[in-house]
Design a protein around this ligand. Structure first.
Ligand code: SF4
Length: 174
């Protein structure tokens, strides 16, 4: 089992950023699914880095979060999917509470860092944006957002699916 790390708090504590300097450099702070940066926090403990998202770090400051780890779930963990308003793992256990806790921590991290933009992992029951698995564990996608993506959107944060990353390459330029 890998250690659970709250990446965003770590970065917030160790890398305070002067917002005037950010504006001067045309940089943004962007909340990012930690797995897209190569952290081995996926349900199966494997890495799934996205070159497009990592490239964003050349221009912007990326703040990684993993809502499922922050919510207290182990890595590796049993995969989960959303059924109506609950999150159920493949063994039938209701893990909604952990998902909601992790989403709240991601939202608090965004607020602490004055972040209004996020790039999240597609199809995930936490991070998915627009399309997620339908709760049948048969690989079927349906329209919807993961728990964290939904909470961020409700709080005014612009959430991008990882496939939309290129839209942010030049964001912040005047
Ligand atoms: S998709 Fe979200 S919850 Fe799942 S491993 Fe990546 S950062 Fe964590």
């Amino acid at each position: 089992m890998t250690e659970t790390v709250n990446y965003a708090y770590f970065i917030y504590k160790t890398c305070p950023v002067d917002y005037d300097v950010l504006e001067w450099r045309n940089q943004m702070k962007i909340l990012v699914s930690a797995c897209l940066l190569g952290f081995p926090c996926r349900y199966d403990g494997k890495r799934c880095p996205s070159e497009a998202v990592i490239r964003l770090a050349e221009q912007h400051i990326l703040i990684p979060v993993c809502p499922e780890q922050s919510g207290g779930l182990p890595t590796p963990r049993i995969p989960s999917e959303i059924r109506e308003d609950r999150v159920i793992n493949r063994e039938g256990k209701d893990v909604t509470g952990a998902f909601r806790t992790g989403a709240l921590i991601a939202l608090e991290t965004a607020k602490l860092n004055r972040i209004d933009t996020a790039v999240l992992k597609s199809k995930s029951p936490s991070c998915g944006c627009g399309m997620i698995y339908d709760g049948s564990f048969r690989g079927i996608l349906t329209e919807g957002d993961g728990v964290c993506a939904s909470l961020l959107k409700q709080n005014g944060i612009s959430v991008y699916d990882e496939s939309q990353t290129e839209r942010l390459y030049h964001a912040g330029e005047k």
